[in-house]
Design a protein around this ligand. Structure first.
Ligand SMILES: [Mg+2]
Length: 239
């Protein structure tokens, strides 16, 4: 079995190299996955449902599947469906005038996208690279996720306080993150805090109506809010 696995890994690596050299999407000349993508769909579903935890890398046989998912429209469709659900819920809430009605939004792969970075990391098939990620984040060039930016603006327009929460290191990435958010249109939020500081929101008396993030760890814990919304992310797992 180990030999079969090795051979499979070698074939996939060769395909990835050919794809890199020719610039062609592997699915162009290898149109079907060995099992029609069934295993990788099951894997992704288990990831999104939080049944699969503490995984370190995307399985190598799912490289092309995840690439296709992230770049050919399904990721955006899945994202948009969640945003539609959020809007339906938001429309039922009437904020009071004490300025304490709040929403929590995560930053990475919620407000702004790292797909461009993960493209160079085989969409998560390569292990987490803290130095590489820091270099990328310091560029402050993560594009906005359009549907989330639209939601962000609507929430503020409707009188909610939007609180951005991140696990990024404040000392090294604080400035670049603030600049990145600003250039991408995330302007007018109430505060940006570290995930470890989330508890203070309760002390400050905020009513957290909703919490949006791409990781389950964004949504669990003491300050999860009335409703949580999990955005898709099959590329990496943050405990
Ligand atoms: Mg995130």
């Amino acid at each position: 079995m180990a030999v079969v696995h090795r051979v499979m890994e070698f074939v996939l690596l060769a395909l990835a190299l050919v794809s890199k050299v020719t610039g062609l999407n592997p699915t162009f000349w290898w149109p079907t996955f060995p099992d029609g993508g069934a295993y990788c769909l099951s894997w992704r579903l288990a990831v999104e449902a939080n049944n699969l935890r503490a995984w370190r890398t995307v399985p190598p046989q799912c490289l092309f599947y995840v690439e296709k998912y992230m770049t050919e429209g399904q990721y955006e469709k899945d994202l948009n469906l969640v945003i539609d659900q959020i809007r339906t819920y938001v429309n039922q809430i009437v904020p009071s005038d004490d300025s304490l009605d709040a929403w929590i939004l995560d930053i990475d792969d919620t407000c702004i996208s790292n797909v461009g970075y993960y493209k160079e990391k085989k969409y998560g098939c390569d292990p987490y690279d803290p130095v590489g990620f820091r270099t990328w984040a310091l560029k402050g060039a993560c594009p906005a996720i359009r549907s989330v930016l639209g939601l962000f603006r609507d929430l503020i327009g409707r009188g909610f306080k939007v609180i951005l929460i991140t696990g990024r290191d404040e000392q090294t990435l604080g400035r670049a993150t603030l600049d990145n958010l600003q250039t991408q249109g995330f302007v007018g939020y109430e505060q940006l805090i570290m995930r470890t500081e989330a508890k203070k929101l309760v002390a400050e008396g905020y009513r957290i109506w909703g919490n949006v993030g791409d990781q389950w760890s964004d949504l669990q814990g003491e300050v999860s809010g009335n409703r949580t919304f999990k955005l898709p992310n099959p590329m990496y797992y943050v405990p």
